[in-house]
Design a binder for this molecule. Structure first.
Ligand code: PLP
Length: 396
């Protein structure tokens, strides 16, 4: 008999979207444009291919779970530079572990963090809602009770864990936080991050901070959770951050990222991952190492997103609910009924968007239901074309 928790996993958003649009035909005279998926289409640097070729001999080696010291050092140097950390707060060998994309690591962290019971009761996992769907799948498969914490305009699109009933909060074994957030692009301030860390320590849960959009922003660089720890008491206790090359370097197919944080957690994570697998192959680690060392392509990438957000502001900025996010590459637009709007946009404009409801919890009136999410991942001209078509078809 298979694991009965599997039945509790709902269909992934893209499948639900296919279902929603299955009897809807886009117009025949326009190229269909897909803005529903956050898969970066900007170019990645040529040296990725060069590194993969140069290290091709490593395809015949089993890679070590904790990667190479070159990789861990490049990551340490990057994170120290990026967040202006004191030089010795991150030790490459104690605090850093490569992962095969953050998706698998965000799932696996629940297996690491959720004990059989907490305070003799079923543990909870706190999840900002709307959310990256892996968080809830991970909570469910780890046997925890997922607790969805609304992130709305009123909360600045960030979760207010303290607003939860004490019973749910005290049983928390793990809390996910996403900053810049998918889908709203909200960025937690350094003080907010510090408050989240203190709460995690007070209640002894693990704070898993998903920072995979941290290099895509229009104004100031988003602060990070390790920076919050460094500028507070200097400890990384209870904290683990997730970073990825998928969005930073436009290589979602490379499947490469890392986790960084509390050295005890990292040690336990490495132990768990010896069983779950997911070690990054040698050639991929070599390419990833060179990407973490390079900032030029990241700056160019960010500039391209900035231009596209400026285009978006010009094209649909007059929409009453348009706002330019602090980070990430999504537009999160309140349209009234996200599902109905998605169907209409596909039928009349040939533009595929994600209804916010599919990124929220099920039932009741989920916080995402009134929204659509648009990923600005195509080149500038395609994005302009999609937004121009959209402008004539959206209503409040
Ligand atoms: C919020 C968030 N976290 C994590 C990921 C996973 O990225 P990857 O597994 O490519 O590192 C994504 C991908 O879309 C995401 O949107």
């Amino acid at each position: 008999m298979i694991n009965d928790r599997l039945a509790l996993l709902r269909d992934y958003p893209f499948r639900r979207l296919n279902g929603l649009l299955k009897d809807v035909e886009p117009p025949r005279d326009v190229e269909p444009l897909v803005m529903s998926i956050g898969e970066p289409q900007h170019p990645y640097p040529d040296f990725v291919t060069e590194q993969l070729t140069k290290h091709a001999g490593l395809w015949s080696k089993y890679p070590p779970t904790n990667g190479t010291s070159e990789f861990r050092t490049a990551v340490k140097d990057w994170i120290t530079r990026r967040y202006s950390l004191p030089p010795d707060i991150i030790e490459a060998d104690r605090h850093v572990l490569p992962v095969a994309g953050t998706r698998e690591a965000l799932f696996a962290v629940a297996l690491l963090a959720v004990p059989t019971t907490k305070q003799r009761m079923r543990p909870t996992v706190l999840i900002p809602d709307p959310f990256y769907q892996i968080y809830s799948g991970a909570a469910i498969m780890a046997g925890a009770e997922p607790v969805y914490v609304p992130t709305t305009e009123e909360t600045g699109f960030l979760p207010d864990f303290l607003a939860l009933p004490a019973d749910q909060l005290e049983r928390a074994a793990l809390a996910y936080l996403c900053s810049p957030s998918n889908p709203q692009g909200a960025v937690a301030s350094l003080n907010q991050l510090k408050a989240y860390v203190r709460l995690a320590r007070d209640l002894d849960f693990i704070l898993a901070t998903d920072e995979c959009y941290c290099e895509i922003y229009c104004g100031a660089p988003p602060p990070g959770i390790i920076e919050a720890c460094a500028t507070d008491d200097g400890h990384l206790r209870n904290v683990i951050a997730f970073h990825s090359l998928s969005k930073r370097s436009n290589v979602p197919g490379l499947r490469s990222g890392f986790v960084v944080g509390d050295s005890d957690l990292i040690m336990d994570f490495a132990r768990l991952r010896q069983y779950t697998g997911g070690a990054s192959p040698g050639p991929i680690l070599a390419a990833a190492t060179s990407l973490w060392k390079d900032e030029a392509h990241v700056k160019a990438n960010r500039a391209l997103y900035r231009d596209k957000f400026s285009d978006a502001e010009k094209i649909i900025g007059s929409h009453p609910h348009f706002y330019r996010p602090d980070g990430g590459f999504y537009l999160w637009l309140k349209v009234g009924d996200g599902e109905e709007t998605a169907r209409r946009l596909w039928a009349s404009a040939g533009v595929k968007v994600m209804p916010g409801a599919y990124l929220s919890r099920e039932g009741g009136n989920p916080p995402g239901a009134a929204y659509i999410r648009l990923a600005l991942v195509h080149d500038r001209s395609k994005t302009t074309e999609a937004l121009t078509r959209l402008a004539t078809h959206i209503q409040e």
